[in-house]
Design a protein around this ligand. Sequence first.
Ligand code: BEZ
Length: 211
Amino acid sequence: MTLRLGDVVPNFTQSSSQGEINFYDWAGDSWVVLFSHPADYTPVCTTELGEVARLKDEFEKRNVKTIALSVDGVESHLGWIKDIEEVGSVSLNYPILADEDKKVSDLYDMIHPNSLNNLTVRTVFIIDPHKKLRLSLTYPASTGRNFSEILRVIDSLQLTDNHSVATPVNWQDGQDCVIVPSISDDVAKEKFPKGFNPVKPYLRMTPQPNK
Ligand code: BEZ
């Protein structure tokens, strides 16, 4: 199944390192980062899963739950978690789905056979509390992802939802934002008391509203 931005993602029930998970129930009212990796006991994956555990406070601050997935089984996950914790000096504080029957991988199109046969590639889905897909990324097996970038995108999405601003190229938290085009100048004057700079009629910069 091809998932496109804005689609409601499908629900599933699957085994995990923390017991059986019904995805919608588990997600509740949180944002979710669902990310797949090719296999347990592989080097790049070991570093990635440790980093996501280390970023727990950053995800929690943003009301985000994280959940990993590979097509290995629960016993394999439980053994590998010990390595992740040892190597990353961290406790693995989120579940890893054990998608041995490829139910979720197929549903979310995480297997790209011309890149990596029968294993999941490195996909990331950011899903909002309404279960809508807000970002999807696909990385090759040999490239570890940058989870600071995932946090940056979540900040951007939440700014848009809560404050009607978009974020410009290379934006970082605390920098000026862009007023979304659907807001008129008159409304912008009321909505953004710190003011805005009309660089062009269609490019209006304003200080980050929640700072
Ligand atoms: C890794 O996690 O290191 C890896 C997995 C599959 C292919 C290449 C690298």
